[in-house]
Structure formats: structure tokens, C-alpha cells
Design a protein around this ligand. Structure first.
Ligand SMILES: NC(=O)c1ccc[n+]([C@@H]2O[C@H](COP(=O)([O-])OP(=O)(O)OC[C@H]3O[C@@H](n4cnc5c(N)ncnc54)[C@H](O)[C@@H]3O)[C@@H](O)[C@H]2O)c1
Length: 288
């Protein structure tokens, strides 16, 4: 198998910019693709800004930061991914958009290239069905913020071959991450365990078991969680939590994943957590 040296990242948003940053620091040449020059520029600016922050905090020397940024190119053309050994897709969470992006890249990359999706909730097997070689397709699920969180779930679709999983483990490790192989089941592992816990905390709040602050304290002091479940829901975004619960509920067809009515109400009211300034706790939106 060819070693990975060139990485394409499609989607220059929150996740794509973070993935481009960690890939460049790890020494890969990166092409960051989005639909417009402005989106590409915004993604590159995010990478530059975060690299500068690492220099300011003495995490990496200035030369290393400049060399890393020099390895990142931006483009609006998927043709620019022709040399990529690995393409990581991080566009919006829509199966139609992802399928059309993969159909396009499939015709551009070489036949040994690996295609990976950073999707949080879409079936890897379903996405792989749209490309010519599903054996070389897998999930590579990074967590937000990418430069900080160590976990990468390597998601094995029904047809993913071992060599693909091994290659993605190697790439993730070279980026300083800890890869864990998970099966292609709804929510994979992390979200399947985490988000129902958050949902249960919301049921407990609505049942009057304790106040929001006390529920958070219970899990911090009693279970050694670094952050309470309701504060975490506010950080993730209540709309994102609801979406994940809906996917789990629908795909498993099991009512144990029923979204808490209070969660649904809060999303309808625009109380989305930190990003809207109000969720289970109050925030200054300018500082979130
Ligand atoms: N944000 C998170 O916490 C998080 C965590 C893990 C995984 N994910 C997953 O990562 C993916 C991206 O999420 P995000 O939060 O970075 O979203 P985002 O909205 O910040 O970025 C998405 C980017 O994709 C671009 N895009 C849309 N269509 C495109 C196309 N056809 N070609 C190229 N670029 C296109 C958009 O212009 C945008 O810049 C989603 O699948 C999401 O589920 C997100």
C-alpha cells in the first residue's frame, strides 16, 4: 500500500479547518477545498490564526508554524485533489451533498486513494455505496475542537477493507490522535453513549429531580466528569443534540432513544446553548 503524504480536505468549515491544521502540523501536504473563494479564505484564515495561537503559547516554534501553513493550499476545484492519497470529507451533514461530493472526487483521485468521511451520523456503508471502490472508503470521525480532542473514530463500513482501516489508524496516530475502530452503527460509539446520557439529564431536569446546576454538579462530583451533561449540551448545541437523538431514535427504531420533549421545546424556542446565549445556562454570546 502507498503511504499517505498528500491529504485533501473538502469543506473548510469548523471541522475541515481543524483537520487541515493537524494534518499540516503532522507534515502532510494539504489541499483545503470549499465551494467559494471566500469560504476557502475563511478556512485558511482559521488555520493561520490557530497556528499563530500555538506560537504565542510556545506550543510550537514560529518556523514550524510557518512551515505547516506553507503546506496548506486552498482551492475551489476538486481537480486539485488529483494527487491526494487520502481525501477527508467534512462538508455539511447532508447525505445528498456528501454523495455528490464523493461522486465528483471519485472521478478525480487515483485508484489507490482512500476516501473518508467525517460524518457524525450518516451511514458510512451508504456513502461508500456511491464510490467505485467501497473497500477503500471509511469514516474518520474527528471531534470538535479537532486540534484539542484526541479521539478519532475510524468507522468500518460493511465493505471497508483491513488495509484502509490500518492506513487511517496510521494517519490518525501521526496527527497525535488516538484512533479507535468502530462499526458502522448509528451514532458510532461516542455519540451513541454520550448524547443519550445528555438526553437523560434533560428528562431528569424536566421531572424536577434537581436544578440544571445541581444535575451538572452531580455528574462532576459523583462520576468525575470534567463537565456536567447540561453544560456539555450547551457547548455542543441543543440543535445538534436533538439531531443526533432523532437519528438514533429513527435508525434503531427503539424508543429508549426518544428525544426529551424539553430538548425539542428549547430548540423550537431558539435556545441552542452557548451559540445563542441561552440554553440550560446563560452565556454572553460574544464570548462563546
Ligand atoms: N462541528 C462538530 O462539532 C462536528 C464534530 C464531528 C463531526 N462533524 C461533522 O463534520 C462535518 C462538517 O461539520 P462542520 O461543523 O465543520 O460544518 P461547517 O458548517 O462549519 O462547515 C461545512 C463546510 O462545508 C462547505 N461545503 C458545503 N457543501 C460543499 C461542497 N459541495 N463542496 C465543498 N464544500 C462544501 C461549507 O461551505 C462549509 O464551509 C459534518 O458532517 C458534521 O456532522 C462536526
Amino acid at each position: 500500500m502507498n503511504r499517505v503524504s498528500n491529504i485533501g480536505v473538502i469543506g473548510a468549515g469548523t471541522m475541515g479547518a481543524g483537520i487541515a491544521q493537524v494534518a499540516a502540523i503532522a507534515g502532510y501536504k494539504v489541499v483545503l477545498v470549499d465551494t467559494t473563494d471566500e469560504f476557502v479564505r475563511r478556512g485558511l484564515d482559521k488555520v493561520a490564526e490557530r497556528l499563530k495561537r500555538l506560537v504565542d503559547k510556545d506550543t510550537i516554534p514560529d518556523e514550524e508554524s510557518q512551515a505547516a501553513f506553507g503546506r496548506v493550499a486552498g482551492s475551489v476545484e476538486t481537480h486539485s485533489l488529483g494527487d491526494a492519497d487520502l481525501v477527508i470529507e467534512a462538508v455539511i451533514e447532508s447525505i445528498e451533498t456528501k454523495l455528490s461530493v464523493f461522486a465528483e472526487i471519485d472521478g478525480v483521485v487515483g485508484e489507490t486513494a482512500i476516501l473518508a468521511s467525517n460524518t457524525s451520523s450518516i451511514s458510512i456503508t451508504a456513502l461508500a455505496a456511491g464510490v467505485s471502490n467501497p473497500a477503500r472508503f471509511a469514516g474518520m470521525h474527528f471531534f470538535n475542537p479537532v486540534p484539542v480532542l484526541k479521539l478519532v473514530e475510524v468507522v468500518r463500513g460493511l465493505q471497508t477493507e483491513d488495509a484502509t482501516v490500518t492506513a487511517l489508524h496510521e494517519v490518525a496516530r501521526s496527527m497525535g490522535k488516538t484512533p479507535i475502530t468502530v462499526a458502522d452503527m448509528p451514532g458510532f460509539a461516542a455519540n451513541r453513549i454520550l448524547v443519550p446520557m445528555i438526553n437523560e439529564a434533560i428528562f431528569a431536569l424536566a421531572d424536577g429531580v434537581a436544578s440544571a446546576s445541581d444535575i451538572d454538579e452531580v455528574m462532576k462530583l459523583g462520576a468525575s466528569h470534567p463537565m456536567g451533561p447540561l453544560a456539555l449540551a450547551d457547548l455542543i448545541g441543543l440543535d445538534v443534540c436533538l439531531h443526533i437523538m432523532e437519528v438514533l431514535h429513527q435508525d434503531f427504531g427503539d424508543d429508549k432513544y426518544r428525544p426529551a420533549p424539553r430538548l425539542r421545546q428549547m430548540v423550537s424556542a431558539g435556545m441552542l446553548g452557548r451559540k445563542s446565549g441561552e440554553g440550560f445556562h446563560q452565556y454572553d454570546p460574544r464570548r462563546s
